[in-house]
Ligand binder design. Structure first.
Ligand code: GLU
Length: 306
C-alpha cells in the first residue's frame, strides 16, 4: 500500500529550463500553487528538460519560484532522468498494437494533402498502414538519413473531451501523435502524461497555449490505463504588441525587475493586480484572497516601466 500522505491529489508546475521565468510564467506558477494548496493537494515541480535546456536555468527558475514564496513537496523531478518510465509506456502501447513507425520528414507531413476536417499540419496517416515491404524501404531511408523512425500512436478515436476549470468541457482533435521523435527524444505529450500520473497529479494548471493539447494527452492517459487529470488553463501573458511575452518586451523576468530596483513583493503586487487584487506582497496573499471564478479570460497585457 502506498504510504499515507496528508494530501488529496496533487498539482504541479512544469517549466522548461530554457531561460529565466517571465511574469506570465510566474503568474501561472502562482496560480498552480494556489489552486493546489487551496484544495489540499500536494504541489510538485517538474523540470521539462528533454529539449531546449539552457545551462543554469533550472537553478535560477527554482530560486525565483522560492523568492515569490512558493514551496513544493518532494524532490524536483527531471524528465531527463525518467527515460525508463517513458520506454515502459511506449512498450505497453506497442504491446497492444497502438504504436507504428513513421518515416516521414516534417516537410513531407506539411506538404501532404491533409485528411478532410483535419487541422492544418495534422498528420495525414501516411505510414499508419504500410505494407511490410514499404516499411523496409522506410527503414532503409531512415538509415540513409541517419535518423530513427519516429514512433506514433495509432489512434482510434478522432476526438476526446476534457474538463477545464475555466473553459468548461473542451473537445479536441486526437491524431496519430508522435510518441518518440526521429532524433530519439521522447515527445512532450507522452512525457507529460507519464509524469503527471506517476506523481499523482490530478490537477494540471498551465498556460492556455496548451489547451488544445489537453484532449490528446488525456486520451493517451486513458489508453495507458492512467487517470485523466482535470485541467485549468491560464490565459497567456502578452507584451504591448499583443504577442506572447518574451525577452524582446524588455525587463520581463523577476531578475530583470529586481535589477531595476523592484522588490519581489512589488512583482507579486503586479501579478496580484492582473488578478484584480491590490496590495499582495507574497504568494500567500494571493492564496488567501483570490477567487478563481474571477480570473480574467483574456490574455494579460504586461506593460512595464523600463
Ligand atoms: N513545460 C511546458 C512549458 O513550460 C509546460 C508543460 C505543461 O505544463 O504541461 O510551457
Amino acid at each position: 500500500m502506498p504510504a499515507a500522505t496528508p494530501f488529496r491529489g496533487a498539482g504541479r508546475y512544469a517549466p522548461s529550463p530554457s531561460g529565466d521565468l517571465h511574469l506570465g510564467n510566474l503568474r501561472t506558477a502562482i496560480l498552480a500553487w494556489v489552486l493546489a494548496r487551496r484544495s489540499g493537494r500536494a504541489f510538485h515541480l517538474r523540470v521539462e528538460d528533454l529539449d531546449r535546456v539552457r545551462e543554469g536555468a533550472e537553478q535560477r527558475q527554482l530560486e525565483d519560484l522560492a523568492a515569490l514564496g512558493l514551496d513544493w513537496d518532494g524532490e524536483v523531478v527531471r524528465q531527463s532522468e525518467r527515460g525508463e518510465a517513458y520506454t515502459g509506456a511506449i512498450g505497453a502501447l506497442s504491446a497492444r498494437g497502438r504504436v507504428f513507425e513513421c518515416y516521414c520528414t516534417r516537410r513531407e507531413i506539411l506538404e501532404a494533402p491533409s485528411a478532410p476536417h483535419a487541422p492544418p499540419g495534422a498528420y495525414p496517416g501516411t505510414c499508419r498502414d504500410l505494407s511490410p515491404a514499404a516499411r523496409e524501404q522506410g527503414r532503409e531511408r531512415m538509415r540513409e538519413l541517419r535518423r530513427e523512425p519516429a514512433l506514433r500512436l495509432r489512434t482510434e478515436v478522432p476526438r476526446w473531451q476534457v474538463h477545464d476549470l475555466w473553459a468548461g468541457n473542451v473537445t479536441g482533435t486526437v491524431d496519430d501523435l508522435v510518441l518518440r521523435r526521429g532524433d530519439g527524444v521522447v515527445a512532450y505529450n507522452l512525457a507529460v502524461v507519464v509524469d503527471d500520473a506517476a506523481a499523482g497529479v490530478d490537477q494540471v494548471v498551465r498556460a492556455d497555449d496548451l489547451l488544445s493539447s489537453a484532449p490528446r494527452q488525456a486520451h493517451l492517459a486513458h489508453l495507458l490505463g492512467l487517470p485523466e487529470p482535470g485541467y485549468a488553463h491560464v490565459p497567456l501573458a502578452v507584451g504591448t504588441e499583443g504577442t506572447r511575452l518574451a525577452k524582446r518586451d524588455g525587463a520581463v523576468t523577476l531578475r530583470d525587475r529586481l535589477e531595476r530596483g523592484e522588490s519581489a513583493a512589488a512583482v507579486i503586487e503586479r501579478i496580484g493586480g492582473s488578478l484584480g487584487l491590490s496590495g499582495c506582497g507574497d504568494a500567500r496573499d494571493v492564496l488567501e484572497r483570490w477567487d478563481p471564478a474571477t480570473l480574467p479570460r483574456h490574455p494579460w497585457m504586461v506593460d512595464l516601466p523600463d
